[in-house]
Structure formats: structure tokens, C-alpha cells
Write a protein that binds this ligand. Structure first.
Ligand code: SF4
Length: 304
């Protein structure tokens, strides 16, 4: 089988639960949306558009207010743009208000830290507002693809400072935590950047929108870790195509107090046993082999 094109999220899904990977990326079963998904997309779109605002009428007296106003307007605009996606979730008006306000809080938190950086840079370099804004504007939503490792992904922001390159991803996660799946995502970005530009980014990190930016250094170990994990996924997925070859990993991520895995109903993690499933599959195979032999025999006897 040919290698599949993976992404940081497909690789993390595989690591979390191979069966989930099978349902999502091989069977391609439909997945349902959630407020966290839609709200994440809205916040990403706001931050992507933020650097396109026109700051021609910003001055010493009003620039702080103007930047904050701009982000509020962008959030309103994107919230309306995603209205049909939000309506599909059938949230109550109170829930919608709660998530809107929470998203506003995260974006204002980000904006306050942007303003600190803006002021620090202007003071340090003694440059105009326009020049500072330009210098702080990252390359946004760029797709990277590794032909060698069959993986691709969109990088939220690539920031060039005077001597360094920083790769940043935005997250609305509640936890300010570099968990393993995040480290792997950043390692894959670093690997793809290295492959394309022939040099490593200096740092990679997450802007946790509820808190702050958290960065880590990039080294060859991180890049090698990405290669090893990607290779493991390719080795499995290019030789296995049946559900029973993708075992379930039953954890609290199957079902929790307020939700469940997208594939809980089809997976039935509590009812089906892996061994039973393998036997059913083998029995099916044996039956189809027997039918094939019978058909061949009757073709041969008709011939003679
Ligand atoms: S319900 Fe649990 S075991 Fe089944 S696919 Fe989802 S995460 Fe995996």
C-alpha cells in the first residue's frame, strides 16, 4: 500500500487510539463539530486578520484603544461569519454568550501582550508605529509539506526577529501545558521547516490564548523524534487496512462527563472484544476463500 499523507493531528490521533485513526482517516466516517472546534477556528481567523488592519489613523493618544477596538470588531465579524456552524451546535443563548465572552477574553489577553511587545520594540529600536507593526507581523497560515516523510501541516505564525526564526501555534486549551501531543506537533513543524529551508527554526511554541506564549528550543533531537514517530505511523498504516489491525485504546477520552469520542457509537469500546473481532474477520476471510474455490471448481468442470 502507498504511504498515506499524514498531518500532526492524524499522527497524534494514531498515537492516542489506533482505532480512532482508522475510523477517521481510513473509513473516513463523519465527525461532528463542537464549540471548541468552531471557537478555535474563529480565534485563529481573528489573529490571522489582525495584522492586515489599517493603522494609518493610529496615533500616540489612541493606538492602544484602536488595536483593542480592531480585535473586538474582528471577533464580531468572524463570529457572524461562522454563524451557521454555531447554529448547528444548538447551544442555548446563555451558552453562546458564555463562549463569545470567553473568546473575547482570550483575544484581549493576547492583544495586551501584543501591545507590551509593540511598546517594547518601539522603545528599544526607536522606530515608528507603522514600522513596528510591520516588524511584528508574522508569516501566517503557511502550508508546509514534507515529500520525504509524507506529512503536511499549516503553521499559524512564523515570526522573524533580528537573528531568529520562531514558529508559533495558537491554542485555546484550558491547560498551559506542553503535553506530548503538542511537543510532537511542534517537532513536526520544526522538521518540515528544516527540510524546506535547510536550517532549523530557533524556537517553537504555543501561544496559549488564556495565558501566554510558551516557547522551547529546537534541536536535532526534536527533529529526530518527529521522524521516528512519523515512520512508525507509516509502517503501520501502509501494511494494515482492516479495523481489527487498529486496536482500541480505551481511556477516559472515549467518554467523559460532557461528551464522547466522535466514534463512540460505532466503536462500542465497552461491548466488543478485540479477540472476538479478529475471529469474526478471519472467519469472513475463510468463507470468502471457500466461495472463491467453489466458483473456480465449477468453472473448471464446465470447461471440461
Ligand atoms: S471510543 Fe475510545 S477506543 Fe473507540 S475509537 Fe474512540 S477513543 Fe478509540
Amino acid at each position: 500500500m502507498a504511504k498515506r499523507l499524514e498531518s500532526p493531528s492524524s499522527i497524534n490521533t494514531f498515537k492516542q487510539c489506533k482505532r480512532k485513526y482508522y475510523y477517521q482517516y481510513i473509513e473516513k466516517l463523519p465527525t461532528s463539530s463542537s464549540i471548541h472546534l468552531v471557537r478555535g477556528n474563529i480565534a485563529h481567523s481573528v489573529l490571522e486578520d489582525f495584522y492586515d488592519i489599517n493603522i494609518a489613523d493610529f496615533n500616540e493618544e489612541n493606538y492602544q484603544l484602536k488595536f483593542k477596538e480592531a480585535i473586538q470588531k474582528l471577533l464580531l465579524y468572524q463570529w457572524n461569519k461562522y454563524k451557521s456552524g454555531l447554529d448547528e451546535l444548538e447551544l442555548s443563548p446563555d451558552q453562546i454568550t458564555f463562549y463569545f465572552e470567553e473568546t473575547m477574553f482570550m483575544l484581549m489577553n493576547w492583544c495586551n501582550q501584543f501591545l507590551e511587545e509593540f511598546d517594547r520594540m518601539r522603545k528599544e529600536k526607536d522606530i515608528s508605529m507603522g514600522e513596528t507593526f510591520m516588524k511584528l507581523t508574522p508569516i501566517r497560515e503557511l502550508q508546509y509539506k514534507s515529500e520525504e516523510h509524507h506529512v503536511r501541516g499549516f503553521i499559524d505564525a512564523i515570526q522573524h526577529t533580528e537573528n531568529e526564526v520562531h514558529i508559533i501555534d495558537y491554542k485555546t486549551n484550558a491547560k498551559f501545558d506542553f503535553k506530548q501531543s503538542i511537543k510532537l506537533q511542534l517537532a513536526i513543524y520544526s522538521m518540515m521547516y528544516y527540510e524546506k529551508h535547510g536550517k532549523m527554526p530557533n524556537k517553537v511554541g504555543i501561544f496559549f490564548l488564556r495565558q501566554k506564549l510558551r516557547m522551547m528550543d529546537v534541536d536535532m533531537n526534536l527533529i529526530e523524534m518527529a521522524k521516528k514517530e512519523i515512520t512508525e505511523v507509516h509502517e503501520h498504516t501502509s501494511s494494515c487496512e482492516h479495523a481489527h489491525e487498529y486496536p482500541r485504546t480505551i481511556t477516559p477520552l472515549c467518554k467523559w462527563r460532557t461528551g464522547e469520542c466522535n466514534f463512540y457509537a460505532v466503536c462500542k469500546p465497552k461491548e466488543t472484544n478485540e479477540e472476538q473481532e479478529r475471529m469474526i474477520f478471519e472467519e469472513k476471510n475463510r468463507t470468502s476463500e471457500k466461495i472463491e474455490i467453489k466458483e473456480n471448481k465449477s468453472k473448471l468442470s464446465a470447461f471440461f
